[in-house]
Design a protein around this ligand. Structure first.
Ligand code: GDG
Length: 569
């Protein structure tokens, strides 16, 4: 994109380097290990597994399922939920040809399973089986809405929403974890599968499996932050949660800080902590705690690095009723508005969750318009907030609060613009999200605390035009990797507003330099590398070879020589 004098006149800017928002933005991009770097792909992960674990069955178990069956346009259709866990794990399970066990919560899920409650994955690259587990209303309430989402979720995200712990929810949580463990045992073909247990809904499953499948290799992954011991101590059943996770051979976390917090808690609970590798011994069993920063599958058609400038259409997955069709039209109108008015578009994409800092970013946008009044009518902020956990009161309250803020801000600037903020509380499909990312000048991620944040990585992956600026919260795990984003503290309204201004006025050259570095980082540290690192550590545990744990997955020690690696162009 060339420097646009028309837009510059509107923004009243000169073509000059922008002020950097934080020290981090000046860090050079870092790519560890190989030169040229090796880019993991689904195919390479498949080969790696076929070679190193040909005889081993892989079972993934999570509360959230990768797809639901819903009734849309007079037929049953698949819907992919808005979930970082699903975004990351779906390509991995396809590469593994494994089994995925999850709670069947779709309205028509029961109609599409066989007599073993299984159904095949939708056609696409790779195949796997989804095994659905049914929870009744009380189980769902106590386990999911209760202990997991009203207790552990706020506990682990220090965002000042009080965690709620009730005995009845805990009892339900234990029961449901036992049911998930039963399902794993039923699905296991032999006594030693590799089981990947996902997230805070299933913390007790590793220990339950340890007693029932003693030869299984159990890897747990905690997708959300693990807080400091003194914060975590608010959970009355923390010792049981810890004991559950210590049934894992490997307990995976997003960041090194999470690992340190986990280790410190274990030490305070009297567990034996030892070795150069963070390891914990409990009841004669050893658990390695390690950081595996999660990521996304790098889009296949963009792997060549060739700029495609694909035009894609915005559409919702289920625009059946009027309100959804309206949402669809609104999203389309937002991107068209940008083209017609030659304005600037700031976007956000999140689940409608209080940890994502929606209020904070609205306040920062308001400040931007106040400090730079010439931007009123020129810049629009469009936030997708996909509905989530609507049965939990805190989420309903938060939703109302966010809508009130949007209304207040839109009223305030009514004279200059019809609606500077557009809030779309709807669910969009991946093609639409990709098109939305590509239409943005700025992507705003203001999480108050986030395990990783995949939206930031998806935005980067979508920008094969190498344009657009990422403004990223320092409290998202992704900030540890994406150094060339503009890193901000979402609580500092003025700083976020300044970052937005810097992003909006950034020269094409600087945008391009930053985006190239970000793209290299995300393409390199993609979800296949994430999976390969964890699985190769799991295999080292299985082989009893501690020396191999934590080694880069592409060294000759643990990658079979005949696997050809795709090097950077
Ligand atoms: C948890 C952790 C960690 C959003 N709207 C729609 C939609 N999405 C997708 C995004 C993205 C995903 O939801 C959100 O992922 P995040 O990583 O940002 O956040 P969480 O859901 O909270 O994920 C998080 C993650 O697990 C992985 O470990 O990064 O820290 O909290 O993929 O694109 N997807 C669809 N329609 C939408 O409208 N289909």
């Amino acid at each position: 994109m060339k420097f646009d004098p028309h837009l510059a006149a509107l923004l009243r800017i000169k073509e000059s380097p922008v002020r950097l928002v934080s020290q981090r933005t000046t860090s050079p991009p870092t790519l560890p290990h190989q030169t040229p770097p090796v880019f993991w792909t689904e195919e390479l992960l498949g080969k790696f597994m076929a070679t190193t674990m040909a005889e081993d069955q892989v079972i993934i178990v999570s509360n959230r399922q990768p797809f639901t069956h819903e009734f849309v346009d007079k037929q049953i259709k698949l819907l992919q939920p808005a979930s970082g866990l699903v975004t990351a794990l779906e390509p991995v399970v396809r590469a593994c040809d494994g089994v995925w066990i999850a709670h069947g919560n779709g309205l028509y899920d029961r109609d599409l399973v066989d007599s073993f409650d299984r159904c095949p994955a939708p056609v696409g690259a790779g195949s796997y089986q989804l095994r659905r587990l049914w929870l009744n209303a009380l189980e769902q309430q106590g386990h999911c809405d209760g202990f997991a989402n009203s207790g552990l979720w706020p506990l682990c995200h220090s965002v000042h929403v009080k965690p709620v712990f009730k005995q009845a929810d805990w009892d339900c949580y234990r029961t449901v974890n036992t049911r998930f463990a039963d399902a794993v045992v039923q699905e296991a073909r032999g006594s030693s599968p590799v089981v990947l247990v996902q997230d805070y809904h299933l913390a007790l499953v590793p220990q339950l499996l340890r007693t029932r499948l003693p030869n299984a290799t159990i890897v747990s992954f905690w997708h959300i932050p693990w807080g400091r011991p003194e914060e975590m101590a608010a959970c009355p059943w923390l010792p049981e949660v810890l004991a559950g996770l210590l049934g894992s051979d490997i307990a995976g976390f997003q960041t090194r800080q999470d690992v340190q917090n986990f280790m410190e808690l274990a030490r305070r609970q009297g567990k034996h902590v030892s070795g150069e590798l963070p390891a914990l011994a409990s009841s004669g069993h050893t658990t390695q705690a390690r950081a595996y920063p999660i990521s996304i599958a790098w889009p296949v058609n963009k792997e060549s690095g060739i700029k495609t400038k694909t035009k894609t259409k915005i559409k919702t997955e289920t625009p059946t009723d009027n309100s959804r069709a309206d949402q669809h039209a609104q999203l389309l109108a937002c991107t068209q508005w940008k083209l017609v008015s030659r304005g600037k578009l700031i976007i956000g994409v999140d689940r409608f969750d209080y940890t994502k800092g929606l209020i904070e970013r609205l306040k920062a946008f308001e400040r931007l318009l106040l400090i730079h009044p010439h931007l009123q009518g020129v810049v629009r902020f469009v936030q997708i907030a996909a509905p989530t956990r609507t049965s939990v009161k805190e989420y309903r309250d938060y939703r109302s609060q966010v809508f009130r803020e949007v209304e207040r801000i839109n009223c305030k600037f009514r004279a200059a613009s019809d609606a500077p903020v557009v809030l779309l509380d709807s669910h969009y499909d991946r093609v639409s999200l990709d098109a939305f990312y590509r239409s943005a000048d700025v992507c705003l991620v203001c999480s108050l605390h986030d395990g990783m944040n995949l939206v930031s990585k998806e935005f980067v992956a979508a920008r094969d035009d190498e344009m657009g600026v990422l403004v990223l919260s320092q409290f998202a795990g992704a900030a540890h990797e994406l150094h060339r984003a503009l890193i901000v503290n979402p609580h500092q309204t003025v700083q976020v507003a300044a970052a937005m201004f810097a992003a909006l006025t950034m020269s094409a050259e600087e945008q391009s330099a930053r985006m190239r570095a970000l793209r290299l980082q995300v393409r390199y540290a993609n979800v296949y590398r994430w999976a390969a690192s964890m699985l190769s550590d799991a295999m080292a545990v299985r082989a009893g070879s501690k020396q191999l744990i934590g080694k880069p997955v592409t060294t000759s020690q643990n990658l079979p020589a005949h696997i050809s690696l795709q090097a950077a162009a």
